[in-house]
Ligand binder design. Sequence first.
Ligand code: C2E
Ligand code: CA
Ligand code: CA
Ligand code: CA
Length: 278
Amino acid sequence: DESNPDRSVAFYSQDMNQGMQERMRIESGLRQALGNGELILYYQPKFEIGSDRIVGAEALVRWMHPTRGLVPPSEFIPLAETTGLIVQVGEWVLEQACAQAAIWQRAGLPPFRLAVNVSAREFTPALPVRVAETLARYQLDPSWLELEITESTLMHDFERVTAIMDRINQLGVALSLDDFGTGYSSLSYLKRFPIHTLKIDRSFTCGIPDDASDCAIAGTIISMAQQLGLRVIAEGVETLEQLAFLREAGCDEVQGYLYSKPVPALDFERCLRENWLL
Ligand code: C2E
Ligand code: CA
Ligand code: CA
Ligand code: CA
């Protein structure tokens, strides 16, 4: 009986219970996954449009679940962000990314920047300290590392955020602003924060070339980046038409399925070697 308020309340709390149980199940599973080595990094190349060279890569985490197979980050990162477990996940990702980059650096591969995603909750004064320690431990050149942050990170206390960014910059590690254009913060932060690269969100790339607004937004971000002396990369590039538009607009780099999906370390390494043999 839908008109019975008690019944709908009962259903509602039962749903909530199930949602909560599911979340707790994922969280304890993720905690175990960290200990059991079930997390793995995939790497997606970033191409410089002018040279057609791989100049960077983004490390993207996956969970090799014993029964569910490869679990995408969308199914556990948002939850880890609310529970705070993202800090431990982030520690593991940075560690793993630096270990892998150091292997590539030592193997004499062409230098490129390996970008690691950093959530707002990880952006504390402890972060630059941990980055410095990790770089030192693996003797990794800081120019091999980049951190991708989002606008939500910038919306916290200005002095505090700038101090953390400055320390990261002093280490020689670049910062890029991910999912650019999707947040709500003011554009004035662009000149106030020490950021190297703007990353045009996939939701805009997606509408190129048919959606006039998406083209206008992407074009505007690119020319603004140029005028501010920032690099600009478009994510989610899937078609030659999108590439042609971005090239014409003066975008520096592209990342997306047109070139490669995120792939395991060995596949990325092969891709990098082939690209530099061209
Ligand atoms: P993101 O940082 O915006 O990463 C880009 C996402 O777009 C990745 O999804 C990537 O696989 C996907 N992608 C790249 N090119 C294309 C394309 O051409 N077409 C389409 N449809 N998709 C494309 P993924 O790997 O599932 O990651 C999703 C999100 O999870 C990331 O979004 C990021 O916010 C988060 N994430 C992943 N790894 C980490 C991590 O280590 N730490 C943190 N804090 N977040 C992470
Ligand atoms: Ca990213
Ligand atoms: Ca992104
Ligand atoms: Ca995105």
